[in-house]
Design a protein around this ligand. Sequence first.
Ligand code: MN
Length: 243
Amino acid sequence: MLTSKSRLDNAYKNAKQLAFDDNSKFILFSDCHRGDNSFADDFANNRNIYFHALKHYFSEGFTYIELGDGDELWENLTFKSILDAHKNVYDLMQLFYNQQRLHLLWGNHDMVYRDPKNVEKYLYTYFDERMGEVMPLFPSIQIHESIVLKHAETQQELFLVHGHQADWWNFLFWKWSRFMVRVLWKPLNVMGIADPTEPAKNYKEMIKIERRTKKWIVANNNLITVCGHTHRPRFPEPGDIAI
Ligand SMILES: [Mn+2]
């Protein structure tokens, strides 16, 4: 069986390489969990502040990289319900995309994007009901597991990945977790009962995932690694492990 280490190794080996230099500007977001604007949509409360921040980064020339779980495809059965709910956000992301300034990774909640056929089906185009025609969204977009940003001169690397590679339950059994979210946890959530397999809601699990990720980083020469998944903000101090 693949371990956290080998899953992170694979993600690093297969990462999309992106060159950058001292003038490059990147904005990274992770775990937006965009939903359908219903009570279960955790993104809905923050959509305005997110939208205005992203608009600012667009006009300032930043490249937008999303580190997975951008679309909440466990609670929502269709991408269309998410697109309809947050069309302004996708229009803005399209502006980034049209200028080659958008890069998306998949996480466990949008792991269906690991299959390029689903990416094509969901994201290349959408049907605009007002116009009565099929419109482009992100035509030919590729969604990656990971990205390595590599400095053109110094060769300094930054590894970007969602982070569920160090969470064997959510990497291997995401279909089972997705099913449980749909039938059990989504309704129970309303009553304040949280899904224990979600690291963001399970402190012990979260610490274990962070520990496995840190171990991998140390084994890889303290490779600077940026990941999401646990929903816990963490920034290393000088001299700390580069997570
Ligand atoms: Mn996740």
